[in-house]
Design a binder for this molecule. Structure first.
Ligand code: BGC
Length: 393
């Protein structure tokens, strides 16, 4: 109950603050009309076919345009954000997320590009956890561990989508009902994720869920950002600030040791803005285990009205700020991208070509009694909020 109250409170505070925030964009950036033919008088939401799933289900692509001409595209499959075009410091709109041009790419092989991840974002040791003395067994789909909800997680299911408009901007309400024991998790779970493209150039994510049996839940969004625009180069020159004093150290299979480590004096200290590439290839054991950064930073108790993470890309001047009610943020520096994926516009995604900032609970929380609880009970409402806000400098 405590957890739900905390979420509800934080979400309220966050909401109030985000909508009151002054705009940092002084002038409305010009719209990239080639990418959006309706640019002159943009329809805030439009929809077009984006292919068919193997079971015959038709997938649509929704295009949302805010008052400044920022454009986001989302598909029913996985709730995937397929593109997000935001202006650089000269007002040129370009895509800042990785992904594919067509549905077939997402169906073939994707490291969760742009998707909603659940039921459990991140790893659960050996794919097992206990609730009230009963052991639940999940898929071991990552090196003997459970990752991102299993073989067919929320990134691979069909989400029904309703369009909505609010004073904040155009939004989509995505809904999915996960059956009792789907991928091994107990409880019929009703999930709703609302994506709002706000008129102050933020993507606001509101997650809610309810269950009819005690279960565990840790939803997140897995967009890979590359602020150079249309994937000009990797993310090593992006400059990151993370307002966190501690992170969650892991063993070689990237399962937490159970301790929390001070970032001070380590390459995990991003309390002052530092280029991602500055220390990434060092000999620190944690970096070696992750092949770079692939860790959760502790932000629990932080003020959700303040940016917990800020990314700045010097050449384009683009800035991404992250706000969240969640207690952790997984910063993944795209270490497993290896050039085998050719993404949008024929761009080859080599190592560290995108970065994820996944707001969530700590990995393996169902098995770690000292970590904040991820248990959801019947009668409770899971409620979290994350905001990705774009500006330029
Ligand atoms: C994880 C990585 C994993 C990646 C999958 C990230 O959230 O932290 O370890 O390889 O997702 O693409």
């Amino acid at each position: 109950m405590k957890r739900v109250l905390f979420y509800a409170l934080c979400a309220g505070v966050a909401c109030a603050s985000f909508s009151c925030k002054p705009k940092t964009e002084e002038k409305a950036p010009p719209v990239d009309s080639a990418a959006h033919p309706a640019a002159a008088a943009p329809a805030p939401i439009s929809k077009e076919p984006f292919g068919t799933l193997p079971d015959g289900q038709a997938v649509d692509r929704y295009t949302l345009t805010n008052k400044n001409g920022v454009v986001m595209q989302v598909i029913n499959y996985g709730g995937i954000i397929t593109s997000l075009r935001v202006p650089d410091k000269n007002g040129v709109s370009e895509d800042v997320v990785l992904g594919y041009d067509s549905l077939s790419g997402y169906l073939k092989a994707t490291p969760y590009f742009g998707a909603i991840v659940g039921r459990y974002g991140n790893r659960i040791a050996n794919g097992k956890f206990k609730l009230d003395g009963k052991t639940y067994t999940l898929a071991q789909n990552n090196n003997g561990q459970h990752l991102h909800g299993g073989l067919k997680g929320f990134d691979k299911v069909y989400w029904s989508i309703e369009e909505a408009q609010s004073a904040e901007g155009p939004s989509l309400r995505l809904k999915y009902t996960s059956k009792d024991m789907e991928e091994g998790y107990p409880g019929n779970l009703t999930v709703e994720v609302v994506y709002t493209l706000t008129n102050d150039n933020a993507l606001k994510l509101d997650y809610t869920a309810t269950t009819d049996k005690k279960t565990v839940l840790n939803l997140t969004q897995h967009s890979y950002f590359n602020l150079t625009g249309n994937g000009k180069r990797d993310i090593l020159e992006h400059v990151l600030t993370l307002a966190a004093d501690k992170f969650v150290p892991v063993g070689k299979t990237l399962i937490p040791t159970g301790k929390l480590t001070d970032v001070a004096g380590t390459p995990f200290d991003f309390r002052t803005a530092t280029a991602i590439g500055a220390r990434i290839n060092g000999s620190d054991q944690q970096l070696v285990y992750g092949g770079g950064y692939d860790h959760c930073w502790v932000i629990g108790g932080a003020d959700s009205t303040k940016a917990i993470a800020t990314v700045f890309e010097p050449a384009s001047g683009r800035v991404l700020e992250v706000y969240t009610t969640e207690p952790g943020i997984q910063f993944y520096s795209g270490n497993f991208l290896d050039g085998t994926i050719t993404g949008k516009g024929g761009v080859v995604y080599t190592k560290r070509f995108g970065l994820c900032l996944e707001t969530e609970h700590y990995p393996d929380s169902p098995n770690q009694s000292s970590f904040p609880s991820v248990v959801l009970n019947p009668g409770q409402t899971y409620k979290t909020q994350t905001v990705y806000r774009f500006s330029t400098r």
